[in-house]
Write a protein of this length. Structure first.
Length: 152
């Protein structure tokens, strides 16, 4: 049982590090995979990065919690069911991040068009990574889906 709490603690620590690193002024996670000087400068100045990180964290951990504790069905405990939730959350989260980003930029009178789409593609990877971390952190307390995606 102590091992399960260590997994949860490690997942929470990883998520906190993700959030802190995504809000840093230098070495920002969102600037690792895509950098457009004008866009990224405006996103940093408008403090969009913490909001995007919060959206990604909430969506990834929320989807994992829904899978393991709300759905939690014997009929939905195969690896492809888990993978379908991963795909859904990895596609929905970037759309939410893109909508928030374009709304804030439009409110500031800026339009970057395709650059915001290219910037938003990285959210697929960050969401998938955090969903996997959240899954391995909380799956141990699920009654029916604890063996998903991999048996213990």
């Amino acid at each position: 049982m102590k091992r399960h709490f260590l997994y949860l603690l490690a997942g929470v620590a990883f998520t906190v590090c993700f959030f802190i690193t995504s809000t840093a002024s230098s070495g920002n996670l969102f600037e690792w995979l895509f950098y457009n000087q004008g866009l990224n400068d405006h996103l940093f100045n408008l403090s969009v990065y913490p909001m995007l990180a919060a959206i990604i964290v909430c969506m990834a951990w929320g989807a994992a919690a829904v899978y393991y504790f709300v759905i939690n069905s014997v009929k939905f405990d195969r690896w492809w069911h888990w993978l379908s939730v991963l795909v859904i959350v990895s596609l929905v989260t970037p759309l939410a991040c893109h909508a928030a980003t374009t709304a804030l930029l439009a409110g500031a009178g800026m339009d970057y068009g395709a650059a915001t789409v290219q910037f938003g593609l990285q959210h697929i990877m960050w969401t998938a990574l955090l969903f996997v971390v959240a899954s391995f952190s909380m799956r141990w307390w699920s009654t029916n889906c604890r063996h998903t995606p991999f048996p213990q």
